[in-house]
Design a protein around this ligand. Structure first.
Ligand SMILES: Cc1ncc(COP(=O)(O)O)c(C=O)c1O
Length: 482
C-alpha cells in the first residue's frame, strides 16, 4: 500500500488489491449475540462462526488468498513421495531463507513439537524474547522451562519504542554465566511477538542475539510465523535497514539463525508449516520425527494444494505492497481508538489492534479475567470476535497456583486483505460505545477449566448480571439498530 494523502490532508490506508470472491456475513441482533456468547461459555473460541459478524479472532489460516495462489493450487502434483509441488516449496524456502534443508509439518505447533522433542530435556532452559502458548506447552510437556528475556519496554503497553519485541541480550549473557550454556536447549526469537501486541524486534537486535549465541555455542531458532509484519517494521522503522529490499532483510534475518520454523497458516497464507535448517547434522537429528508424527518427508501432513498456495504466498510476502496491508490497517484502527480514549497497545504492532483490558476495565481484578470479560463484551456490543490474550491464556503452575499474565489484552486481529475500511470503522465505533459504558462490564469465573491450553476450550460465566445490563443499555442507546 503506497502512502496516499487525501485532499482533506488525511492519510488513510488504501488497498492495493480488489475483492473478487466474497462471503456473505450476518450481524445478529444483540439479544441473539447474548444467547450465543452464553452458549460459548464466554470463550470466543467456542462461538460458532455463523454467529460472528467480523471474525477478528486471528489471522491464522484466514488471510485472503490471491488469485495466483488459487491458480497454483490447481497445478498441484499429487504424490506421496517426491512430488514436484514439494520441490517447488522447498526451492522457494531455500531461495528466501538460504537454508538447504526443510522439514514439512502440518502446522506451526507441530514444528514446535519436533524441536522440543529433539532438544529439550527435563530441566532444560529455553530463553526467548517472549513465549507463545503452543511453544511453551510443548517445551513444558517434555520437562523444559521457558524464560522470557524481553526488553523492559516490551511489557509496557504504551512505551513508544519502535522495537518492543527486542531480546534482552545482556540478560541472555547473564543467564549463561549463572546457569551454564549446557543447561540451555536453544535460544528462540519470535518475530512479531504474538502475545505482547505483535511488537517487532530489530535486525540489529537479532544480530546481537546471534553474537551472544555464537559466543556461548548456542543454537538460535527463529519462529517466523509472524515474519511478514516484522519485515514491514524493520523496513519502516530501522534506519540502518532502510536501503535493504524485503528479500534482503529476510535473508539477513535468516542468516543470523540456525533454524527457522513457521506456521504457514500465517506466513505464506496457507495451511501447514515446517522447519528450515542450515546444517545437515541438525536436519538429520530431527528428520525421523517427521514421518513418525506428521507424514512423509515430502508432505509432512500438508496437502499438495496447501503447499502450492504457501509457495506463492511466500513469494508474495516478499512484496512490500502485500505485507503493508495488515500493519497499515492496524495502525489506522489503533490511532482512531486512541483518539477516542480507548486504551490500546502503542505503537501499533502487527497481527491486530490490541486493546488494553487492564486499563479498559480497571475496576476488575486480574483474577476475574478482564481480557476475557472484555472479549465477551466486545462480541456482545458488535458481533466482532476478538481473542483474549491475558491470564486466561496462561497455564496454571504445577502446584495449581495461577500466574497472572503480564498484560491483559483483547486482540482484534486483522487478517490480511479480508476486511474493508468501513467494517473496521464499524468495529471502532462499537468499541468506542463500549468504552463509554465500561463500568457496566463485570468479571468472569470458570465453570469448566481444562488443565492444558485452557483458553481454547474452557468455559466461564459472568459474575452477576452485567451482560443483561449491557444489552439493555445498547437498546436504550441504539434503538432497534443491529
Ligand atoms: C508466533 C507463533 N508461533 C507458533 C504458532 C503456532 O502455529 P499453528 O497455529 O500453525 O500451530 C503461532 C500461531 O498462532 C504463532 O503465532
Amino acid at each position: 500500500m503506497p502512502k496516499v494523502t487525501y485532499f482533506s490532508g488525511q492519510s488513510l490506508p488504501l488497498e492495493m488489491h480488489k475483492v473478487r470472491i466474497i462471503q456473505k456475513l450476518t450481524l445478529l441482533p444483540i439479544e441473539e449475540r447474548l444467547a450465543a456468547v452464553a452458549k460459548a461459555g464466554y470463550n470466543t473460541f467456542l462461538l460458532e462462526n455463523k454467529d460472528v459478524f467480523l471474525d477478528m479472532l486471528t489471522d491464522s489460516g484466514v488471510n485472503a488468498m490471491s488469485d495466483r495462489q488459487q491458480a497454483a493450487m490447481l497445478l498441484a502434483d499429487d504424490a506421496y513421495a517426491g512430488s514436484a509441488t514439494f520441490t517447488r516449496l522447498h526451492s522457494k524456502l531455500r531461495e528466501i531463507f538460504g537454508m538447504d534443508y526443510f522439514l514439512p509439518a502440518h502446522q506451526g505447533r507441530a514444528a514446535e513439537h519436533i524441536l522440543a522433542k529433539t532438544y529439550v530435556r527435563p530441566g532444560s532452559l529455553v530463553p526467548m524474547n517472549y513465549h507463545f502458548t503452543t511453544t511453551k506447552a510443548h517445551i513444558v510437556e517434555v520437562g523444559g522451562e521457558v524464560l522470557e528475556l524481553i526488553c523492559p519496554e516490551g511489557l509496557s503497553v504504551d512505551d513508544p519504542g519502535d522495537f518492543k519485541g527486542n531480546f534482552d541480550v545482556a540478560a541472555l549473557d547473564r543467564l549463561v554465566a549463572e546457569r551454564g550454556a549446557e543447561s540451555i536447549a536453544f535460544v528462540r526469537v519470535e518475530a512479531g511477538t504474538n502475545l505482547i501486541g505483535g511488537q517487532p524486534f530489530s535486525l540489529e537486535n537479532l544480530r546481537q542475539v546471534r553474537a551472544s549465541c555464537s559466543r556461548h555455542g548456542l543454537i538460535l531458532v527463529m519462529d517466523a510465523s509472524l515474519l511478514a509484519d516484522n519485515l514491514y517494521f524493520i523496513k519502516e522503522r530501522e534506519a540502518a535497514a532502510a536501503h535493504l529490499s524485503i528479500p534482503q532483510i529476510t535473508r539477513a534475518m535468516a542468516d543470523a539463525c540456525d533454524i527457522v520454523y513457521f506456521s504457514a497458516r500465517k506466513l505464506g497464507f496457507g495451511r501447514g508449516g515446517g522447519i528450515c535448517v542450515r546444517d545437515q547434522e541438525i536436519y538429520k537429528k530431527m528428520r525421523g520425527l517427521v514421518p513418525m508424527y506428521e507424514g512423509f518427508l515430502t508432505y509432512g501432513g500438508m496437502s499438495v494444494r496447501e503447499m502450492e498456495a504457501i509457495t506463492v504466498g511466500l513469494d508474495e510476502t516478499m512484496d512490500e505492497d502485500m505485507i503493508n496491508q495488515g500493519p497499515q490497517f492496524i495502525e489506522h484502527m489503533v490511532s482512531e481508538l486512541d483518539s477516542y480514549g480507548v486504551p490500546v497497545v502503542k505503537p501499533a504492532g502487527g497481527l491486530g489492534a490490541h486493546v488494553d483490558a487492564m486499563r479498559f476495565l480497571d475496576h476488575l481484578p486480574q483474577t476475574q479475567y478482564p481480557a476475557a470479560a472484555l472479549a465477551g463484551a466486545v462480541y456482545l456490543a458488535s458481533g466482532v470476535r476478538g481473542m483474549e490474550r491475558g491470564t486466561m491464556s496462561e497455564q496454571r503452575n504445577p502446584d495449581g497456583s495461577e500466574p497472572m499474565a503480564h498484560m491483559e489484552l483483547v486482540r482484534l486481529a486483522i487478517p490480511r486483505r479480508v476486511f474493508t475500511l468501513s467494517q473496521v470503522s464499524y468495529a471502532i465505533d462499537r468499541l468506542r460505545w463500549l468504552h463509554a459504558n465500561r463500568h457496566l462490564v463485570g468479571g468472569l469465573r470458570w465453570i469448566e477449566e481444562p488443565e492444558i491450553l485452557r483458553f481454547f476450550y474452557g468455559r466461564l460465566e459472568p459474575i452477576g448480571d452485567w451482560a443483561q445490563e449491557l444489552v439493555a443499555k445498547f437498546r436504550a442507546d441504539f434503538g432497534d439498530s443491529l
